[in-house]
Design a protein around this ligand. Structure first.
Ligand SMILES: Nc1ncnc2c1ncn2[C@@H]1O[C@H](COP(=O)(O)OP(=O)(O)OP(=O)(O)O)[C@@H](O)[C@H]1O
Length: 261
């Protein structure tokens, strides 16, 4: 938990205003309003198919919402076009659910790739910066390894290093623990916590791993398919212990029994 993060004065990283998202005629979530505080770890929860990943992709501008606005550090990504949109798009990093490292490049080249596209740095400068990012996630000794030569957990950490390539303040992670065993997942959680506490990154994470959520989340929002919206918001343990909403209880208990199995 990092609510006392001293690297970020209290300010808003992301503002979501009257956001409605979906595909074609299908509305998934409507009229969402919430904000993400700078430096916090903000987790999006909910049952399968309620629209968690879709919401994340609307937040970082991969998809255009049906209505409403997303402001990233005060800049309206929904309305921005051209160079302004490009500038906003490079102000955050994304780790997709699949991790999606480029298999034909070693880890160092995976991290420098975006620098080559978006900066005027020399190759030496890019390599130096990329090594810093790999070091932050504990992968400096593996810079020349190919993605196929490292474990799943290391691939996830490399994908986070790559998401940090352009020095963003905000990182969007889609199901970072997916496919990881509990120990590797806890390791990844520690990396995320370190980056948040020590460097002040804001994280917006889609997750359904309860242990991970309790370990890292400052704030969660819980989405519900039937309600097409947010049914709970706050500290996850407080929600577990105090929420009167049966859907919230069912969510936590269902996952707990699954994890206990
Ligand atoms: N690109 C797309 N085009 C059309 N429909 C989509 C697209 N992506 C997702 N959907 C649909 O939107 C709904 C929500 O999907 P989404 O992946 O956002 O949910 P989720 O809560 O992240 O689910 P899960 O936990 O199972 O990954 C699903 O019915 C899905 O089939």
């Amino acid at each position: 938990m990092n609510t006392a993060n001293t690297l970020n004065p209290i300010s808003t990283a992301i503002d979501v205003e009257n956001l409605t998202i979906g595909y074609g005629d299908q509305i998934l979530l409507q009229n969402l309003n919430f904000s993400v505080t700078s430096g916090e770890i903000f987790v999006i929860l909910g049952g399968s198919g309620c629209g968690k990943s879709s919401l994340l992709k609307n937040l970082f501008g991969l998809y255009q919402p049906i209505a409403g606005d997303v402001l990233i550090e005060g800049q309206n990504i929904t309305k921005a076009v051209g160079a302004e949109r490009q500038r906003i798009m490079t102000s955050f990093g994304v780790m997709y659910q699949e991790g999606a490292l480029f298999g034909s490049m070693n880890l160092l080249d995976n991290v420098t790739l975006f620098m080559e596209e978006y900066t005027q740095l020399t190759k030496d400068q890019m390599n130096l910066l990329a090594r810093c990012k790999l070091d932050l996630v504990g992968l400096l000794p593996y810079e020349s390894y190919m993605p196929s030569e490292i474990s799943g957990g290391m691939q996830k950490r490399a994908a986070i290093a790559r998401a940090m390539a352009l020095d963003p303040k905000i990182l969007f992670l889609d199901e970072p623990s997916a496919g990881l065993d509990p120990i590797t997942s806890a390791d990844l959680d520690r990396t995320i916590l370190d980056l948040s506490k020590n460097l002040g990154f804001t994280f917006v994470i889609v997750s359904h791993e309860l242990a991970s959520i309790y370990a890292i989340a400052d704030t969660v929002i819980m989405l519900d398919k039937g309600a097409k919206g947010i049914i709970a918001q706050g500290d996850p343990k407080a929600l577990r212990d105090t929420s009167q909403d049966p859907r919230v209880h069912q969510f936590f208990n269902r996952i707990m029994s699954k994890e206990a199995a």
